[in-house]
Design a binder for this molecule. Structure first.
Ligand code: HEC
Ligand code: HEC
Ligand code: HEC
Ligand code: HEC
Ligand code: HEC
Ligand code: HEC
Ligand code: HEC
Ligand code: HEC
Length: 252
């Protein structure tokens, strides 16, 4: 007893002062618990019991994709086997509860333009590698996506060719450039093994100015439509790709 009392006497002033805010907080908590917290809070769990009725009374807007099967089994069947099997109907067509009740009175929109599909397919570094992505600006511009890909069974209109299968970005860039008709292997001599073990076998890369000069030098024996430069003075001292990206060489 004596010891405790002694200790009590020794409690420093600043600790006693600290007790005041602690008591204020406890008092505030008790007051708020009774005034601010709704009375039905905690009846079933850590939420208001009446929230259930409120949510349940909201208008139902989505019907779920099972509802579509009754009337659109052809589309449902097709999509089931496709790359879009995990994309629900309403992700593209919007909330369809009203439509399923009265199809003729409530037509559904369909995303026919180029704006919608890129929400999932636009290239983003954070998307998993391997997820099919495009750069909308350069991927077959102007035409609607659905003119080449069926939205319910999206496929590639043709299988990518050899180099394009792994270097799609470069292939697409080149497809829009002045070098469109140059094959990859004109500039990169590629061992067959590269296509199987790309990291162990590397293709060649041009290493000199003279390589580009084979077509662009004034005296080069290439077709005369090709723009010529004076190799002696043009970009003197630097390799050409210091200034021209070889897969999109034009200077804008
Ligand atoms: C009770 C039958 C029924 C159900 C259920 C139903 N639809 Fe329909 N749907 C129709 C009919 C009938 C039409 C044709 C309406 C018309 O031409 O005006 C139609 C048309 C459509 C169209 C085309 C609209 C257009 O302008 O071409 C889309 C898209 C569509 N439905 C999507 C859905 C989706 C998604 C679901 C499931 C969430 C669904 N439907 C459920 C009967 C149904
Ligand atoms: C990736 C987006 C996407 C998904 C998912 C999708 N649709 Fe469509 N749907 C479209 C587009 C785009 C059109 C317009 C096609 C056109 O006009 O050529 C369309 C057209 C339709 C049509 C009109 C006629 C037709 O058959 O082409 C119906 C009906 C339809 N969709 C039903 C469905 C149903 C049912 C589902 C789910 C099983 C579904 N859609 C899933 C994008 C989608
Ligand atoms: C809600 C997201 C979503 C939307 C919207 C969407 N897609 Fe897809 N798409 C996917 C998923 C998921 C896959 C399958 C990816 C996989 O298998 O790894 C896919 C796959 C594809 C593929 C790849 C097929 C292949 O052979 O690799 C194409 C092409 C495609 N979608 C086109 C479209 C088009 C055109 C539209 C618009 C009408 C569209 N997508 C809208 C999610 C979406
Ligand atoms: C003129 C036809 C055409 C149009 C229009 C078109 N595509 Fe493609 N798409 C292709 C071809 C061909 C390929 C395969 C070769 C390639 O990757 O470029 C492809 C590939 C794809 C891929 C797979 C890419 C990969 O690397 O796996 C996706 C996703 C895709 N397209 C989505 C779209 C979307 C979204 C649109 C609309 C913004 C669209 N496409 C418009 C022809 C088209
Ligand atoms: C199976 C996929 C695949 C195919 C097919 C493929 N490549 Fe590659 N390529 C790669 C990978 C992966 C790398 C990166 C290698 C590394 O970093 O070691 C690469 C690297 C390269 C390089 C850079 C080498 C360097 O030293 O920096 C060139 C050039 C190249 N590829 C050209 C081509 C050409 C041309 C073709 C078609 C004849 C082709 N590739 C086909 C996967 C492929
Ligand atoms: C006009 C000649 C030319 C053509 C055609 C060409 N390349 Fe290249 N490529 C180059 C040059 C030059 C470099 C850069 C060399 C350096 O930086 O050391 C390069 C670099 C590369 C690299 C290394 C990574 C990078 O982006 O710099 C890859 C991969 C590659 N090319 C692949 C391809 C593929 C695939 C094709 C066909 C679609 C192709 N190239 C067509 C000249 C060309
Ligand atoms: C096999 C021949 C060939 C080779 C090798 C070649 N090019 Fe080209 N280049 C062409 C053709 C064909 C064109 C399109 C016609 C034109 O615009 O001159 C072109 C266009 C260009 C243009 C655009 C000219 C303009 O009018 O705007 C530039 C820049 C260019 N090439 C740079 C290069 C560079 C850099 C290299 C080396 C990495 C290279 N080229 C290698 C054939 C070639
Ligand atoms: C120091 C930067 C630089 C270097 C290095 C360079 N270029 Fe250029 N190139 C330019 C610029 C800037 C232009 C556009 C202005 C001009 O016509 O001079 C151009 C234009 C061109 C054109 C188009 C000429 C025309 O009349 O339209 C061709 C073809 C070309 N370059 C090829 C090459 C080749 C091949 C090499 C390597 C031997 C090379 N360039 C090295 C900067 C460079």
């Amino acid at each position: 007893m004596n010891r405790i009392k002694l200790l009590g006497e020794k409690i420093p002033d600043q600790v006693k002062r600290l007790l005041i805010p602690v008591l204020v907080v406890i008092a505030a908590f008790v007051v708020m618990r009774h005034i601010l917290v709704p009375s039905d809070f905690g009846k079933y769990g850590h939420y208001r019991a009446s929230a259930i009725d409120e949510v349940a009374s909201r208008e139902i807007k989505y019907s779920g994709h099972k509802a579509c099967e009754d009337c659109h089994d052809d589309v449902v069947e097709m999509k089931k086997m496709s790359y879009h099997r995990d994309v629900t109907c309403e992700a593209c067509h919007g909330p369809a509860a009203a439509h399923t009740q009265d199809p003729d009175g409530n037509q559904l929109p369909a995303p026919k333009g180029r704006g919608y599909c890129p929400l999932c397919h636009e290239y983003l570094p954070s998307r998993p590698t391997g997820f099919p992505q495009i750069v909308t600006e350069s991927h077959n511009p102007m035409k609607p996506c659905i003119s080449c890909h069926d939205a319910h069974d999206p496929k590639l209109p043709y299988l990518p060719k050899e180099c394009e299968a792994c270097h799609a970005e470069i292939a697409r860039t080149k497809a829009l450039s002045h070098h469109v008709y140059l094959s990859c292997t004109r500039c990169h001599e590629t061992p067959e093994e590269h296509k199987v073990r790309p990291r162990d076998y590397h293709p060649d890369k041009p290493s000199t100015r003279e390589f580009c000069g084979e077509c662009h030098a004034e005296e080069a024996p290439a077709p005369k439509e090709i723009t010529r430069i004076d190799m002696a003075t043009h970009g003197e001292g630097y390799v050409c790709w210091q200034c021209h990206y070889p897969h999109l060489p034009e200077v804008h």
